[in-house]
Design a protein around this ligand. Structure first.
Ligand code: NAD
Length: 485
């Protein structure tokens, strides 16, 4: 085992869980055993909540300009430790080193945004009547929780950690049991940056801890990122306990390709979007709708896909089960009459025979009713459908139950605007394969890709992590008698 067993992080210390239940942490890169992760109990969660609750009064009363100093230092530490963090991220998740570097760079951008929060949370003040002022303030909620998935071991935690904490909350994070290592390293960096003990805590585990978070009476808000199935469970359970909740779910993102699209750029973008992070991105292109004759572009997409080599510029998928599931989808599409233009099944990487790799896969002549057209595959696979008109393409996109992202590739500005207006998704790209909004713009989909109001990052997150206090004051009664006297 390469690393010592993973521990919970409570009140600034790494501590053993109170149970003996453990899972193995296996590297998808080569199948090596990296560590073990405890399946904590509600008792462990309770200890973390107690620590967070005790830290809250002092932390929340500190002026925000003082609180964000921690995040200026944390940003510097992320930069200083970028290489080591990226290596750890690749080891536990399976993505390429370059993709992990990009992930840590995104953590830095998220932290820069948090450091700018003092500029964004100024309240409002108005003399509402003679001598009477009303003012608003953003007040932290208290103890909050963040439940995260396996596909971005560092970035998704950093969607919530810097903003929620800079805004004055104390946090408990529940990492994915598949990739528990990065979060522990983030805890060390936060401590080194000067974050007081108890403000940030980690409780490892599975659904038992997630349920305990949703039920805990002293947790005020729950953010979740993961599959739609679990997002629904968490949103329902947390809100039924009267908590604030925001639950981001899965995705099936459609790219619409028009015949006038720039061939090389489109092909490179489509191939990169479907295969980046081995297709395990909630923003990955999973379905493509070719409008009219786009055979010339599809041929180039296949050329680009063939340049993507597992174990070199394509990482592993998270597990053996995942590899089998993805390959099953491809076989089912073939059986149903689709044409496999580039086939990523049965891949083995020399020297990493126990790694879980799937090659890039391009499936053409997919029908909207096939499972590869409808379901989230979460692998480096693109399913191509064909239509005659933009409206038919939009009808296919609109009919899918998710709504994270959609993109169009064209040189026609009017049609691009028409697609922005009519696509049923929260994040739209024009000639952009992965239309993730950069800070300060917020991240969040629609429909079955997100449950709750607002987005998880950017300015929108201020509303989620704070409540508004409204005060009305009058100090000069001599100013005149009026209806508020
Ligand atoms: P997942 O839903 O299986 O797990 C997410 C978290 O929920 C983990 O911490 C896990 O321990 C916990 N969990 C799992 N099953 C549970 C259950 N039955 N009850 C309570 N908790 C449970 O997701 P994953 O496989 O880790 O991540 C991949 C999914 O996340 C994909 O669907 C992907 O699209 C989605 N995702 C969405 C976004 C977004 O922004 N919308 C971002 C990243 C990932």
């Amino acid at each position: 085992m390469k690393y010592s067993p993973v521990k919970n992080y409570i009140n600034g210390q790494f501590v053993e869980a109170t149970t003996d239940k453990k899972l193995q942490v296996i590297s998808p890169v080569d199948g090596d055993l990296l560590s073990t992760v405890p399946l904590s109990s509600a008792k462990d969660l309770d200890a973390a909540v107690k620590a967070a609750k005790a830290a809250f009064p002092k932390w929340s009363r500190m002026p925000i300009k003082e609180r964000v100093q921690v995040f200026f230092r944390y940003k510097y530490l992320l930069e200083k430790n970028l290489k080591e963090l990226a290596e750890l991220c690749s080891e536990e998740n399976g993505k390429t080193y370059g993709e992990s570097v990009a992930e840590i760079e995104k953590c830095i951008e998220l932290t820069e945004f948090a450091a700018s929060l003092p500029q964004l949370v100024t309240g409002e003040v108005l003399e509402v009547s003679r001598g009477v002022e009303c003012r608003t303030e953003h007040v932290p909620l208290g103890v909050v929780a963040s439940i995260v998935p396996f596909n971005f071991p560092a970035m998704v935690p950093n969607w919530t950690i810097p903003n929620a904490i800079a805004l004055g909350n104390c946090m408990i994070i529940k990492p994915s049991e598949k990739v528990p290592l990065c979060c522990g390293r983030l805890a060390e960096l936060l401590k080194e940056a000067g974050l007081p003990d108890g403000v940030f805590n980690i409780v490892h585990g599975d659904s038992e801890i997630v349920n305990a978070i949703c039920d805990h009476p002293q947790i005020e808000a729950v953010s979740f990122v993961g599959s739609t199935k679990v997002a629904k469970i968490v949103y329902q359970r947390a809100t039924s306990n009267y908590k604030r909740a925001l639950a981001l779910g899965g995705a099936k993102n459609h790219l619409m390709v028009l015949p006038d699209a720039k061939e090389d750029m489109t092909a490179q973008n489509v191939a990169a979007s479907m295969s980046g992070c081995a297709g395990q991105r909630c923003m990955a292109a999973s379905a493509m709708v070719g409008v009219g004759n786009v055979d010339h572009i599809i041929a180039k997409i296949c050329d680009e896909a063939r340049k993507i080599v597992p174990g070199k510029n394509l990482g592993a998928v998270i597990s053996k089960e995942s590899k089998e599931r993805i390959e099953r989808y491809i076989s089912e599409a073939e059986k149903d009459g689709a044409k496999i233009l580039v086939d990523g099944r049965g891949v083995k990487v020399e020297g990493k025979e126990n790694g879980t790799y799937v090659g890039p896969t391009v499936i053409d002549y997919v029908k909207p009713e096939m499972s590869v057209a409808k379901e989230e595959i979460f692998g480096p696979v693109i399913s191509i459908m064909r239509t005659n008109t933009v409206d038919e393409a939009l009808a296919i996109e609109n009919a899918n139950p998710y709504g994270n992202a959609a993109s169009v590739f064209t040189q026609n500005g009017g049609l691009a605007r028409y697609i922005i207006d009519h696509a049923n998704a929260g994040m739209i790209g024009v000639n952009v394969g992965v239309p993730v909004p950069r800070e300060p713009f917020s991240f969040g989909g629609w429909n079955e890709s997100k449950f709750g109001v607002g987005d998880i990052t950017g300015k929108s997150s201020i509303e989620f992590w704070t409540k508004l206090k409204k005060s009305t004051t009058k100090w000069n009664p001599e100013a005149g008698v009026n209806w508020m006297s």
